[in-house]
Design a protein around this ligand. Structure first.
Ligand code: ADP
Length: 177
């Protein structure tokens, strides 16, 4: 098993362009294709992805489900549902957001995924402050990587340089912990 930190990286990119085994989608609990990163992933994957999501039909907050990637380079899309910041007690937001990362990584490991990329779950329209969300994401990924061989590479794919800075700072803080 590689050292956990060497397996975690931050990139600034459009997640739909990444050549990884699985990308993670910030879905809604009804698995109806929406906007934001969900819209971008559905557009790039083609209409079969939305049909596959709607055939599953539901994913509770913090849980994860898997579909094929269809026209994407990624073989799989893992759909997880972040908590809406204003709809939960704050402690529950961090627990549920951590569950999104833990459950997505566990599902990836079950499916033999070696490389996986996450968007910044919950920090768009769901309103979770990114400075804290990045720490939760990094902690959950570090803990998974510390205990499991797969995935061997976990990418935090940020859509802006500012977002990427938050994830880099969270990685640096975790390394120093
Ligand atoms: P949520 O509903 O979980 O908040 P959003 O899709 O609104 O999800 O936003 C989550 C994050 O995904 C935001 O930081 C947003 O900037 C980012 N994002 C949007 N499109 C893309 C994309 N194509 N690639 C990577 N990240 C993206």
């Amino acid at each position: 098993m590689g050292a956990p930190f060497s397996r975690l990286t931050v990139v600034r990119a459009d997640i739909t362009t990444l050549d990884v085994d699985a990308i993670v989608n910030a879905a809604n609990s009804k698995l109806i294709p929406g906007g934001g990163v969900d819209g971008a992933i559905n557009k790039a994957a083609g209409p079969e992805l939305g049909r596959a999501m709607m055939a599953i039909g539901r994913c509770p907050t913090g849980e994860a489900v898997i579909t094929p990637g269809f026209k994407l380079a990624a073989q799989h899309v893992i759909h997880t549902v972040a908590p809406v910041f204003s709809q939960h007690k704050e402690a529950d937001v961090w627990r549920l957001l951590g569950n999104c990362y833990r459950n997505s990584l566990a599902l990836a490991a079950e499916h033999g995924v070696a490389t996986i990329a996450f968007p910044s779950l919950g920090t768009g329209v769901y309103g979770i402050p990114i400075n804290r969300a990045a720490g939760v994401a990094v902690d959950a990924a570090f803990q998974h990587a510390d205990g499991r061989d797969a995935p061997s590479r976990i990418v935090f794919c940020c859509f802006s340089d500012g977002d990427a800075e938050h994830y880099r700072a969270a990685l640096a803080a975790r390394r120093g912990a």
